[in-house]
Design a binder for this molecule. Structure first.
Ligand code: AMP
Length: 216
């Protein structure tokens, strides 16, 4: 029997994936909080629980045959290392530019000549976004708590995920531009789609059916 390894992004995406994994018969059977590698309800499918930003790497190298990861991480990773057959419609949010609510940038004014300073954990995505409109910006790479950067003068704007908008509001920031919608995607290792064709496509079909049932 062909065995498959599925890489899952820990945190919000894992939580939102659980109903779909259960419907597809591959819910984790071990302690998903602590174990990095654990069995699923299906003896032929094992699960890896890893950081979202590492999922593309595991799938591209074939350490996982497939993965569940946010579109934000895929856009930042870039390239065409894997197939992306299914939008799971979970962990929905959008990627936006935000600034202090008292900033002149809110009204489209730019009272300085230097390059715009953009704090983000998505440097490639942010640079591409501004390059598309012909603007060179200074990217400041951060690993978390982006909302702080405009408040302490580290950056003029942030590029970050927004779901309810509560985090921005709580920190006195406002969205000035929506870049794109984000949701979690299923990605497949390219070689596995040939070498493990039947097993892999069987699992993709079960996940697709689970997504469609959930959409109603
Ligand atoms: P919210 O306050 O609901 O707008 O959520 C914003 C905060 O949650 C920000 O720190 C985001 O980086 C994070 N966030 C929102 N949606 C997601 C998601 N789908 N995946 C990972 N982080 C998210």
């Amino acid at each position: 029997m062909t065995t498959l390894t599925l890489a899952l992004s820990k945190g919000r995406i894992l939580d939102d994936s659980l109903p779909l994994l259960t419907a597809a018969g591959i819910a984790p059977t071990g302690d998903a909080e602590r174990l990095l590698r654990l069995p699923s309800q299906n003896p032929d499918v094992s699960l890896l629980i890893i950081r979202a930003t590492d999922v593309p790497t595991y799938v591209a190298y074939g350490a996982a045959d497939l993965g569940i990861v946010g579109k934000d991480v895929l856009l930042e990773h870039g390239g065409d290392d894997f197939y992306e057959p299914l939008d799971l419609g979970i962990a929905r949010c959008h990627l936006s530019v935000a600034t202090r609510k008292d900033s002149p940038l809110v009204h489209g004014e730019r009272p300085f000549k230097r390059r715009l300073r953009v704090a983000t954990k998505y440097p490639n995505l942010a640079r591409r976004h501004y390059a598309e409109r012909g603007e060179q910006v200074e990217i400041i790479k951060l690993y978390g708590s982006m909302e702080l950067a405009p408040l302490v003068g580290l950056a003029d704007v942030i590029v970050d995920l927004v779901a309810t908008g509560n985090t921005l509001r709580a920190n006195g920031l406002v969205e000035v531009e929506k870049i794109c919608d984000i949701s979690s995607r299923l990605v497949l290792n390219k070689a596995a789609t040939k070498l493990k064709h039947d097993a892999l496509h069987g699992l993709v079909d079960r996940l697709r059916a689970a997504v469609e049932t959930r959409r109603g």
